[in-house]
Design a protein around this ligand. Structure first.
Ligand code: G6Q
Length: 549
């Protein structure tokens, strides 16, 4: 047994689980009319309701003991102190500096990084103003009407999710698009309706060596030059966000058009950096800074609130409770907010890339489960698709619900219906429907007894399915910044307790390397013997039907 699972705090939780396993949340709510007050927290304008979880005060106490035993408080301090918490890449993970609005220094290796951070923010502000005012002009002298962010993974999912979420704040007359896939269909479908003369490309790549991004950026440059002619025009249509000036220059982008960030910013935590330029262009620098301020407020909370009242800590520990003790395999993200339709994909990367690990920091195999499969869709759509499994399937799927009390678009009864559905789903998952309730309903419908007996098992809902609910008055930049930072820190909390490195992603390397060796074999059959028979068979099929380019 590994150190963690053999530890006192873990064993205590295991015993406690044996007692809690059969406890129904229905009974917990019935026994304590104050349960909501006891298990919910307000943060600014955000409400975090975690009362619909299979927990008691003792559960939380034991989970916090586990966190303390694993040195969480110290690990949080070391994270904020800019220590090299990403041990396999020997870097800090100091994305909090990007949104530090406190005026306090934040240091990496003893050096305050805030002057650099604020310097890039100032350049972004200038650039955004120039684009918005029309002072920045393309090769034909026209202002920018379309912005295309070319990036993938962390250089795409965050800004894309935020731009979608903050669409109501979008600047009229400026459209922002995202191209990530190396499948040319995405690039070509995006460019089809755009005018090269009024299109600005943002090449977002920390390393500036990512195959998909460079392939898309090259093809975008060719598309531009077919209209613009002179390569000197690239400078008016291409800017880069990167930590690698040399490669940016080699690509042909003027380093004067490069917005820098640093290797202490992980890709999936980079939307707060220059990688957020698409956001700033979409909604304006002021709104971008409100987003930063929302996240900063959460940073302050995370580093100072006691574990028992610390929202990301509670989120992380609840996850551990279900994953490691109840055996939950997945976690659903269910926004009742169409503007958050990319949130599940964004959080999927945040959790699965960060904590999808099976060795500890010192390289030992874990004997406990780590990150769950994170998935989801906007709520009401999901209700007509996969909620059946959430309510009556054989798996326990903890879920997070999100909703704004006010819509950006008050229209008739729409928002009332949306909210009613959101609140109804978490209540139904929690309480379920007992056989007695189901029988009464069927009797009330006037069905004969034998039909009732036949239908009854199908009409029962076990309930006891846990969820958290996040409510906010309106989906503002500030509220969104806070939500995202809560999840970033949740991921850190879980990684800290599991003793894994949440900041590397070696698991994405093997496939990339193999792709490099498979690529030539798509043209040349002499290489087939290098591959397993399945890969060789798939290659034969591709070669047979493919139109060589
Ligand atoms: C995120 C990962 C990964 C990364 C992409 C793009 O944490 O590191 O998703 O963001 O692979 O990398 P570049 O920004 O270097 O192109």
């Amino acid at each position: 047994m590994a150190v963690l699972t053999g530890s006192r705090a873990w064993q205590a939780l295991k015993e406690h689980y044996a007692a809690m396993r059969e406890v129904h949340m229905r009974d917990l709510f019935a026994a304590d009319p104050e349960r909501f007050e006891g298990f919910s927290l307000h943060f600014g304008e955000l409400l975090f309701d975690y009362s619909k979880n299979r927990i008691s005060a003792e559960t939380l106490d034991l989970l916090c003991r586990l966190a303390r035993q694993e040195g969480l408080e110290d690990k949080i301090d070391r994270l904020f102190a800019g220590e090299r918490v990403n041990v396999t890449e020997e870097r800090p993970a100091l994305h909090m500096a990007l949104r530090n609005r406190s005026g306090r220094p934040m240091t990496v290796e003893g050096r305050d990084v805030m002057p650099q951070v604020n310097g890039v923010l100032a350049r972004m502000r200038e650039f955004v103003a120039a684009v918005h005012s029309g002072a920045w002009r393309g090769f034909s002298g026209e202002p920018v009407r379309d912005v295309v962010n070319i990036g993938i993974g962390g250089s795409d999912l965050g800004p894309q999710m935020v731009c979608a979420a903050l669409r109501p704040y979008g600047r009229p007359g400026l459209r922002v698009h995202f191209v990530s896939n190396v499948d040319a269909s995405q690039l070509l479908e995006t460019l089809r309706d755009l005018d090269p003369a009024t299109t600005l490309f943002l090449v977002a790549s920390k390393t500036f060596s990512t195959q998909e991004t460079l392939a898309n950026a090259r093809s975008a440059r060719d598309w531009l030059l077919r209209a613009a002619g002179d390569p000197a025009h690239v400078a008016r249509h291409f800017v880069a966000m990167s930590s690698h000036a040399q490669r940016v220059r080699e690509f042909g982008i003027d380093p004067a058009n490069m917005f820098e960030f640093w290797d202490w910013v992980g890709g999936r935590f980079s939307l707060w950096s220059a990688i957020g330029l698409s956001i700033a262009l979409a909604v304006g620098m002021e709104r971008f800074e409100e987003l930063l301020a929302g996240a900063h407020a959460v940073d302050e909370h995370f580093r100072s609130a006691p574990l028992e009242a610390n929202i990301p800590v509670i989120m992380g520990l609840l996850g551990i409770w279900y994953i490691d003790f109840f055996g939950a395999e997945s976690h659903a993200i269910l926004p009742y907010d169409q503007y958050l339709h990319r949130l599940p994909a964004f959080l999927q990367q945040g959790e699965m890339e960060s904590n999808g690990k099976s060795v500890t920091l010192d390289g030992r195999a874990v004997d406990y489960a780590t990150a769950p499969v994170v998935w989801g869709e906007p709520g009401t759509n999901g209700q007509h698709a996969f909620y059946q499994l959430l309510h009556q399937g054989t798996r326990l799927v903890p879920a997070d619900f999100f909703a704004a009390a006010q819509s950006h678009h008050p229209l008739g009864e729409h928002h009332t219906l949306l909210l009613a559905n959101c609140l109804a789903q978490s209540a139904a998952l929690m309480a379920g429907r007992t056989p007695e309730q189901a029988r009464r309903q069927l009797q009330a419908a006037g069905l004969p007894p034998e039909t009732i007996d036949r239908l009854l098992p199908h009409r029962v809902f076990a309930g006891n399915r846990p969820s958290n609910t996040f409510l906010y008055p309106k989906l503002t930049p500030r509220a969104l910044g806070a939500l995202v930072a809560l999840y970033e820190h949740k991921v850190f909390v879980q990684g800290a307790v599991w003793g894994i490195n949440s900041f590397d992603q070696w698991g994405v390397e093997l496939g990339k390397q193999l792709a490099d060796s498979i690529r030539p074999a798509l043209r040349d059959d002499a290489r087939d013997q290098k591959f397993d028979s399945s890969t060789a068979g798939l290659l034969r099929f591709c070669r047979q039907y493919r139109i060589p380019s």
